[in-house]
Every structure is written in structure tokens, then in C-alpha cells.
Design a protein around this ligand. Structure first.
Ligand code: HAM
Length: 422
């Protein structure tokens, strides 16, 4: 029987991995420049953690979680996102003592969505969370970090969309107001939005259906119904962003699909992607730490989707400056020569060179073909003739030039050549 990967999940093959590592390494560097430290959190958690934090009536919890009962009859889910787990770990390990705990994570998330370009069932996020402050400075800092990261990796055609959903009081009062208005237009809404009216009315605001959009266009907007504290907070966030020189578009219709958000919310969309165009998203969640059993503490963060970052980079035809190590392919023709070459290869590797052995007993032609196929930079050839002269051949794969050098000098000569290549 032939097995295939499940729908909506993908293998990341050796040819692509350099790009993934480049994106992750740049992110680690950028996150640590802002004082964020890495945390590794589990892929599985109690289902209740996600239900409580993301919200019972969200699409993720209602339709998309991979949940199961384990042998110990525990209700478990594969994590659909990481914010809830980071908050759980923050409280479980008392990281509250850090003052503002600045944490980042990189890893797979799981959502049973309908797969399409940029939408997978297993996808990877790189995210940060700043836990322990209500200060608008942190909202601006995480947004600035996201934009600086995109600039660092060379992505240009993106838009930062910004909004506030207010505190929980503002949000609840606005939801009521919005519902009253939408009820008067209920017949014009799509079936999905008619359902959302009762369950999660704010989500009607980001419906893409043209009829719903028309109705929404005349709806009251949250920004006109904020308390003075939320108003001031949003003003400060915008001021800080202006000070950082970060351009943003305001949209009263951005509400996000997870219930824990309060005040600032944002998304970074890319112009080269289709309908799944958010490459990064996040915002403030000032009630989550308390809801999870901690003291009242503010928090904010975001997550990038790595697959979508790669799609965006490819849409802009960005070639990442990936530094490749010089690859040496070492061919030993015959058993005795292989043994001699084995010693040289060991020394080269000890000196941190990348060497692929070509010790299988096949023809020189077949080995050269393999060396080309692997994209090696240098091929070493030790055959009968060279061995008789106590020598070895060094072939530069790009120029095709070949030189015969003494066996006891080959390591030093190669190291010099590699240094000159870099
Ligand atoms: P989210 O908007 O659900 O937010 O996901 C963040 C990013 O993950 C999206 O902008 C997108 O790039 C990527 N993403 C989401 N779903 C998929 C999918 N099915 N396939 C591929 N990529 C996907 C969160 O997860 C929040 N935890 C972010 C956050 C952190 N808010 C505060 N702190």
C-alpha cells in the first residue's frame, strides 16, 4: 500500500529547507534584538484551554480543532495557535516575576480548515507575546518589530491594517449596537452572517460577501463608541507608530477571529497573495491572563505564518542571501584508495568542512555525475594512478580546472581554496 501525506499538510523537502531556516534565523535575531526570549511549548494541550481563550463561538473552536480523548480519557487538542499556551506557561511557571515577560515561539499549529493556497491544516507560526503590561508602547513595539522583520527579509508589498476593538465593556456595548442595526438589514445578509448575528456578531464586519459589505458600510463603527481610556490608548499607539515611521491603514472593520482581543488589533496583508493574504496578525489581549487564573495583567503579541511569508517572498521574486557551505565530494576508486581517502575526509570534517563520500564502487563517470547532481563545489579523486604518485586530484566543479597535489598537502590546499571562495 502506498501512503500519502494527509490533505492540507506538507513535507518540507531538503531543497526548500534553507529558506525556512533563513526566515527562522532572521526572526530569532530580530526578536532577540527587542529583548524576546524563546519558549518551547507543547503541541498538545487540554482542549478547555483553547475553548476558554479563543472562544466557544469562534470558527476555530466550533469547526477547526483537532480534538480527541486520550487513553486516560483526557480531552486533548492539537494547538490551533500558541497565545493560549504561552499564557498558560507564563502562569504555570510564574514568569510574572520577569516584569514584562517577552517570549517568542516558532512551530506548527493545526486547524482543520478547507485547504487552499496559503491555508494549510498544519502550518507554522513564528510569534511573540509581551505579557504583563497595559502600556500602549508595547502595542507599538510589537507592530514595529513585525514591520522591521519584513523589511529585514526584503518583503515590500505589504499593508499594515490597524484598528481597536475597545475594552470588554466597549466591545460588548458595540456588539449590541451592531446587532440592533444588522437586525434591520438581516434579509440582505448571507446565511453565514445571519447565523453570526446571534453567535458572534462582530465577525459580520469582516465578511467578504458583497451584499454583506454593502450593509456593513452603513453600520455604526466601534471607533465612535470607545470609552475615553480606549480612545487615549489607541491615540498613543498611533503616535508611537508615527514616531517609529511605521505606515498603517485604519480599518474599522478589522475585528479578528479570536475572542480574546481587546483594544489594538492589526493584520499585515500582502498584495501578492490571494484570499488568504494575512501574513501576520495580532493585537492586545488584556483579559486573557486573568481569565486563565492569573492576576489582571495586560498583554499583546502577534504571529507570522511561515508558509504565507514564503508565498509573499516568491510573489516578489526575492532571493534570500543564503550562505551555502562549500561542498566537497570525495571519490575513492578501489578499496585501498577509499581507506586512504577515509583518513583525509575525517580530518576535513573535523575541521568543519562539508564532505560527501563517494566511496561506493562505481565508475569515475558515475561518481562525477553524482557530484554534479549534488551541486558540489570541489571533487577529490583518488585513483590508482594518483595513489602510485602519493597524490590526489582536486577538481574545481565550476571552472573544470584540475590539479594534482601531494596527499599530505591536500587538506591545507583545500582550506586555502575554500577561504578564497568565501
Ligand atoms: P491568527 O490570525 O489566527 O492569529 O494567525 C496568525 C497568522 O498565522 C495568520 O496571519 C497567517 O499568516 C497564519 N495562519 C493562520 N491560519 C493559517 C492556515 N490555516 N494556514 C496557513 N497559515 C495560517 C493567531 O494565531 C494569534 N495567536 C496571533 C497572536 C499572537 N495574537 C496575539 N498574539
Amino acid at each position: 500500500m502506498k501512503f500519502k501525506a494527509l490533505k492540507g499538510v506538507q513535507d518540507i523537502l531538503p531543497g526548500e529547507i534553507d529558506k525556512w531556516e533563513y526566515l527562522e534565523d532572521c526572526a530569532k535575531e530580530q526578536f532577540s534584538l527587542y529583548g524576546f526570549n524563546q519558549i518551547k511549548i507543547p503541541v498538545i494541550e487540554e482542549t478547555g484551554l483553547f475553548v476558554r481563550s479563543i472562544g466557544q463561538q469562534t470558527d476555530i473552536v466550533e469547526k477547526e480543532m483537532y480534538s480527541f480523548v486520550d487513553r486516560g480519557k483526557r480531552e486533548i487538542s492539537l494547538r490551533p495557535e500558541a497565545t493560549a499556551s504561552v499564557v498558560r506557561a507564563y502562569l504555570e511557571h510564574n514568569l510574572t516575576q520577569l516584569g514584562v515577560a517577552k517570549l517568542y515561539y516558532i512551530g506548527p499549529m493545526f486547524r482543520g480548515e478547507k485547504p487552499q493556497s496559503g491555508r494549510n491544516r498544519q502550518f507554522y507560526q513564528m510569534g511573540i507575546e509581551a505579557l504583563g503590561s497595559y502600556d500602549p508602547y508595547f502595542d507599538a513595539e510589537v507592530i514595529t518589530l513585525a514591520v522591521e522583520y519584513l523589511t529585514e527579509i526584503g518583503i515590500k508589498n505589504f499593508d499594515l491594517v490597524l484598528n481597536t476593538v475597545g475594552c470588554s465593556h466597549d466591545k460588548a456595548a458595540y456588539a449590541k449596537l451592531l446587532k440592533t442595526y444588522l437586525k434591520t438589514e438581516e434579509k440582505s445578509l448571507c446565511e453565514n452572517c445571519q447565523n453570526r448575528l446571534e453567535r458572534n456578531v462582530l465577525r459580520v464586519l469582516d465578511c467578504k460577501n458583497p451584499n454583506c459589505k454593502k450593509v456593513i458600510h452603513s453600520a455604526p463603527i466601534i471607533n465612535d463608541h470607545l470609552c475615553s481610556e480606549c480612545n487615549d490608548h489607541f491615540k498613543s499607539v498611533k503616535q508611537y507608530l508615527d514616531l517609529s515611521g511605521i505606515a498603517y491603514n485604519l480599518s474599522p472593520y478589522l475585528v479578528r477571529g479570536l475572542d480574546y482581543y481587546t483594544k489594538t488589533v492589526f493584520e499585515i496583508t500582502h498584495q501578492g497573495l490571494g484570499s488568504q493574504n494575512a501574513i501576520c496578525a495580532g493585537g492586545r489581549y488584556d483579559n486573557l491572563i486573568k481569565d486563565m487564573g492569573g492576576l489582571a495583567q495586560g498583554a499583546t503579541g502577534f504571529a507570522f505564518g511561515i508558509e504565507r511569508l514564503l508565498l509573499a517572498a516568491s510573489a516578489e521574486e526575492i532571493v534570500f542571501p543564503i550562505q551555502k557551505k562549500t561542498v566537497i565530494y570525495a571519490i575513492g576508486l578501489g578499496e585501498d584508495n577509499c581507506k586512504e581517502l577515509f583518513k583525509i575526509v575525517a580530518v576535513l570534517r573535523r575541521k568543519k568542512n562539508c564532505v560527501i563520500n563517494g566511496f561506493e564502487q562505481k565508475s569515475l563517470k558515475a561518481h562525477m555525475k553524482q557530484s554534479h547532481k549534488l551541486g558540489s563545489d570541489i571533487t577529490l579523486i583518488l585513483g590508482e594512478e594518483e595513489f602510485k604518485d602519493n597524490c590526489i586530484l582536486i577538481r574545481d566543479m565550476q571552472s573544470g580546472e584540475q590539479e594534482k597535489v601531494k596527499l599530505n598537502e591536500v587538506v591545507a590546499i583545500l582550506e586555502k581554496k575554500i577561504k578564497n571562495k568565501v
